[in-house]
Design a protein around this ligand. Structure first.
Ligand code: PLP
Length: 409
């Protein structure tokens, strides 16, 4: 008799966005005709840039020509794209070999799939709050106990609280863990780890033969040149870290789908020699993945051209201008806010110590703005709320004005 993977029953998340949708629906049923303003989801809204559109057209046209047609490509990605990524890292003084760069269909699939090359009995550590994919994929893989409702966390996972007191970047765990997920700029807190902070984790990982899975999906939003955009800017990180990134937020590829993962040859864990982890990821990708779309990779290549980079910077500036509007709008009415300077997310303290969900209801009812309750990202997110700067500028302005005028605090 076939049996399902019962770990799926353990999943508590998947609750966050459906619950937001449910509460919004109930509100609209009671208040028909009201226009809801959504600052909840990290989804891009602005059109692709001209260079990228040209690149995508090139990809389509090639497929129409018998001479230029390509079928399956390399599972690891188009060499031209990998070379372009390599030179982007070189600008950060990070020297990679092309064989260390794996092009993919996005950072979410990679951050979910990467755990499959590590053993079942590894102890996982996550920042709390965190992008839910890290926890959920390890729950599905059976690396955790059950969800503890009272504590709002899974048994068997080490949570690293990121709080106002530690500047939303926790110290290294005080116990031995094997796989550490770090996200910087962070979703949801919008904070960026400094070189010194990342070094504490690199040192810990090298001492404990642990692996850091570094999610840099928002690195292009870092404006402050002193802040690291890649974990490989930290000395020794190539021995203990891999890095995941994406074209989604850089170039508006959320629906187009393109990302990449760096697995250094120097990365070693227990009982592996150098090159082994890289080979395992290659094996995994060649088994489960047939390469990113050839059309999309042409678009990615165009996004990395000089012109493409300039245009994509325009997109990033657009969203970062929104972030500043949200941040300063909230500050004007006395709300405590974090993030928003080097990241597209604003992490706000709920007024009067309200719970995240209480504030969700209040914001929706009084201002018609939908955001994301911080508690949905982990127990340390309780009492906080995430607002996203991905949206049309005029919608962001309307939402912030409504909050300023109508929120009763
Ligand atoms: N990583 C983080 C931290 C994210 O917030 C997101 C999307 O919101 C992703 C990865 C997903 O990236 P992609 O669209 O490339 O799958």
């Amino acid at each position: 008799m076939a049996r399902i993977n019962e770990n799926y029953y353990k999943l508590a998340a998947g609750y966050l966005f459906p619950e937001i949708a449910r509460r919004t629906r109930v509100f609209l049923e009671k208040n028909p005709g009201i226009k809801i303003m959504r600052l909840g989801i990290g989804n891009t809204t602005e059109p692709l840039t001209p260079s990228v559109i040209n690149g995508l057209h090139t990809g389509v046209e090639k497929l129409a020509s018998v001479d230029m047609y390509t079928g399956y490509g390399d599972e690891q990605g188009d060499t031209r794209l990998r070379e372009a990524l390599k030179s982007q890292y070189a600008d950060l003084d990070v020297n990679l070999d092309v064989s260390e760069i794996f092009v993919s269909d996005g950072a979410k699939p990679d951050s979910g799939n990467i755990q499959s090359i590590f053993g079942q009995d590894n102890i996982i550590a996550v920042q709390d709050p965190a992008y839910p994919v890290y926890v959920d994929t390890n729950v599905i893989a059976g690396r955790t106990g059950n969800f503890n409702k009272a504590k709002g966390l899974y048994d068997g996972i080490v949570y690293m609280p990121c709080t106002e007191d530690n500047g939303f970047f926790s110290p290294v765990p005080d116990q031995k863990v094997d796989i550490i997920y770090l996200c910087s700029p962070n979703n949801p807190t919008g904070t960026v780890a400094t070189i010194e902070q990342l070094k504490t984790f690199v040192d810990y990982a090298r001492q404990n033969k642990a692996v850091i899975i570094f999610d840099a999906a928002y690195s292009a939003f870092i404006k402050d040149n002193h802040l690291p955009k890649s974990i490989f800017q930290i000395e020794g990180a190539e021995e203990c870290a891999l890095e995941i990134n994406s074209f989604s937020k850089i170039a508006g590829f959320t629906g187009v789908r393109l990302g990449w993962t760096i697995v250094p040859k120097a990365l070693v864990v227990e009982n592996t020699e150098s090159g082994k982890i890289n080979a395992l990821w290659n094996r995994r990708q060649c088994t489960f993945f047939n390469g990113a779309s050839n059309i999309v990779q042409e678009g990615g290549l165009a996004a990395l051209s000089d012109e493409g980079v300039n245009e994509c910077q325009g997109l990033i500036n657009y969203y970062m201008n929104n972030a500043q509007i949200i941040k300063y709008g909230l500050m004007e009415i006395g709300i405590k806010v974090f993030g928003g300077d080097n990241a597209p997310y604003i992490w706000m303290k709920t007024p009067d110590n309200m719970s995240s969900w209480e504030f969700f209801d209040k914001l929706l009812t009084e201002t018609h703005v939908v955001g994301t309750p911080g508690s949905g990202f982990g127990p340390s997110g309780e009492g906080y709320f995430r607002l996203s700067s991905f949206g049309h500028n005029e919608d962001i302005l309307s939402a912030v004005n409504s909050i300023k005028q109508n929120l009763d605090i």
